[in-house]
Design a protein around this ligand. Structure first.
Ligand code: SF4
Length: 641
């Protein structure tokens, strides 16, 4: 599509999106510029042979992105890429990052002997690994050819030992009606061929019951899969799963894309709390602090692994020696010491040739265990943050109704809450803090805002109630029309906001505060509700609350706020239901300049979090023209809701 785009561009009629009629062939993909990489910063290099997968698992977006007919590179391309890596001095692990390396079995079989010859001629400089579907275990010639080519590990999407869940998620290639232990047998077959199996597992599939947690752990232990990646099911936009859950009304929002986050973007069949607690238990038992279950899996693996092909040997350099020394120092004298020492000793005595691999697994164990602790700590922080914020908010509402004593206690309690949360936050490594929602500044600001609003809390509540009554009156639109308000076509005319306030309409202070933060993140100057109320009180303009009828009350409020800001955002629920639009701009074009009536941006904020997100992202796009920025701002600002 690029030449078409260039031609259109030159002719001044470029379109926003160009879609090719068919997926592009990858036979003309150039050799990547590996020479631009800082090789020391990588533990493995990545090559790609094919794109696409013939299967159609419900949760997977690969087939939607790359299609179900796998496209492959030519043998010559692959050899050229291997040559290039070799020339620049890379030695060691190379990941063939195909979604399913055996998606096109015939082409894979055609490629493998060439790779094997290339590797043999250079004494196996690369240790290859890839991803494949479980049916690889039924394809003897392919397995043999992979081992011969120097593959040492294969990642399988095992997902679940629960056949019912596999069936429902359309992963029937992982079921064999004639073999109740098909997955276990498949793993063992691959191991006997000499291929370590690492696996992906999913919890929360439809059909999963509370017994699934123990079943997953038992399966992983018995199969001997040290590197087991267990995750919660996520509904990715564009997948069949996403569409089904949406049709069933079970979708809660978009996936965060953070694969180490313990969060659900849909309503599972299993109770959410049970699912999340069960998931935490699975992680904690697979990577327990003493790593007993991990090293037990490592031993099952090493005792099942078939021999390596002749000529293949693992190089042991100075870096490796340093890693071993560091590992001994850190692991031998830690809680992992007994299991660590037992595993390495056993390997030395019974599978000495596998000792370098055992050492690699031991070091990986430390990494997995630390990562697991961090994932759990990040979840603890998020849960505590939500709980802490909610408690401070409840206490702030109570303090607003009472005297100074409660306000002092609230301030003290908010400080204590923040101190406790900061301790939890500090336990997280910097890389886990990145992308963590809520982030620290959002949380701190939200809690402090609750405290700040207390002095005007009563007024805020009265105002919210009164405004809701005004908007509930069926005549609010005609009252505004009589004042010269008209529906603007989005931000045309002079409706683009520069200064803005959110009408404190919502019963939920949380929604309003998040909305204010969201708008600030989009770069708009926002007057917080507390400040708004303080100004109204100062000017004695809050009397409209008690004295005016519906339309006058509303107009009084707008006139008062309009002296400070040019736009008021009104979060509306059912009032906009008659309109299909999520965001409506009412411009006060014909209003008397002297009265400075603000423009209104009515945003449909319905009960469902997903609809709220859609409305606000639409507003964000209208304000910034940048959907990505709006999505990021929303996720940050609404992380506590
Ligand atoms: S086998 Fe793997 S890559 Fe293929 S559709 Fe299923 S999950 Fe996706």
């Amino acid at each position: 599509t690029f030449p078409r785009f260039l031609a259109d561009w030159e002719a001044g009629r470029a379109e926003r999106v160009y879609r090719p009629a068919a997926k592009p062939a990858i036979t003309r993909t150039p050799v990547p510029r590996f020479d631009l990489l800082d090789l020391g910063a990588y533990s493995s290099m990545a090559l790609q042979f094919s794109r696409g997968c013939p299967f159609d698992c419900e949760f997977c977006d690969i087939t939607k992105l790359f299609g179900r007919v796998p496209r492959t590179k030519s043998n010559a391309q692959m050899i050229a890429e291997l040559d290039r890596l070799h020339e620049i001095g890379w030695r060691g692990p190379v990941f063939l990052v195909d979604d399913n390396f055996i998606g096109n079995k015939r082409e894979a079989l055609r490629l493998l002997p060439e790779i094997a010859a290339w590797q043999r001629a250079r004494r196996y400089p690369f240790e290859l690994f890839t991803e494949a579907s479980v049916n690889l275990a039924k394809l003897e010639p392919l397995m043999d050819a992979m081992v011969e080519a120097g593959f040492a590990m294969v990642f399988l999407g095992i997902e679940s030992p629960n056949p019912e869940a596999l069936k429902r998620t359309k992963k029937t290639q992982n079921i064999d009606k004639g073999d109740d232990h098909y997955l276990l047998h498949a793993v063992r077959t691959l191991q006997r061929k000499g291929l370590e199996v690492s696996g992906g597992f999913i919890l929360g599939l439809d059909g999963d019951g509370p017994e699934v947690f123990d079943a997953q752990v038992e399966f992983i232990q018995e199969a001997g899969i040290p590197r087991a990646m267990v995750g919660l099911l996520t509904a990715l936009r564009g997948t069949d799963l996403y569409d089904r859950l949406e049709a069933e009304g079970r979708l809660l929002g978009e996936s965060s894309g953070n694969n180490v986050e313990i969060a659900l973007n849909f309503r599972p069949q299993l109770d959410s709390r049970v699912l999340i607690d069960g998931y935490r238990r699975v992680l904690a038992s697979l990577y327990d602090p003493g790593l007993r279950s991990y090293f037990a899996r490592c031993w099952t693996l090493l005792s099942s692994l078939g021999p390596r092909v002749s000529g293949q040997r693992r190089r042991f350099g100075t870096d490796d020696l340093l890693t071993v020394l560091r590992s001994v120092r850190r692991q031998l004298f830690s809680r992992q010491g007994p299991a660590y020492a037992g595993f390495l000793l056993r390997t030395l005595l019974r599978r000495p040739r596998r000792f370098p691999q055992a050492m690699t697994l031991a070091v990986m164990g430390l990494h997995f265990q630390k990562l697991t602790l961090q994932i759990l700590a990040a979840h603890d922080f998020r849960e505590a943050a939500r709980e802490g914020y909610e408690r401070v908010e409840r206490e702030a509402a109570a303090a607003a109704m009472s005297g100074a004593a409660l306000q002092t206690a609230l301030r003290r309690h908010a400080d204590e809450t923040l101190r406790r949360l900061r301790q939890l936050y500090r336990r997280l490594r910097p890389e886990l803090r990145q992308g963590l929602l809520p982030d620290w500044s959002t949380l701190e600001e939200a809690i402090r805002a609750c405290v700040r609003e207390v002095p005007v809390g009563q007024l805020l509540q009265r105002c919210g109630l009164r405004l809701r009554e005004c908007f509930a009156a069926s005549s609010w639109r005609s009252a505004l029309a009589a004042q010269g308000y008209a529906l603007a076509r989005r931000w045309q005319d002079d409706a683009v906001p520069r200064t803005l306030a959110v009408a404190p309409l919502s019963e939920q202070g949380k929604l309003r505060r998040s909305l204010e933060r969201y708008l600030r993140e989009l770069g708009v100057q926002v007057t917080a509700a507390g400040e708004q109320m303080a100004q109204l009180t100062q000017e004695g303009l809050h009397r409209w609350l008690d004295e005016s009828g519906a339309p006058d009350g509303l107009l009084g409020y707008l006139r008062a706020v309009g002296r400070r800001v040019d736009t008021v955002v009104v979060p509306l629920g059912a009032e906009l239901a008659a309109s299909e639009e999520r965001v409506q701009v009412l411009a006060a074009r014909q209003a008397d300049e002297a009265t400075r009536m603000p423009h209104l941006v009515c945003v449909r904020c319905e009960a469902s979090p997903r609809q709220l997100r859609e409305s606000l992202i639409e507003l964000g796009i209208a304000l910034t023209g940048d959907a990505g920025r709006a999505a990021v701002a929303f996720d940050r600002a609404f992380a506590l809701i």
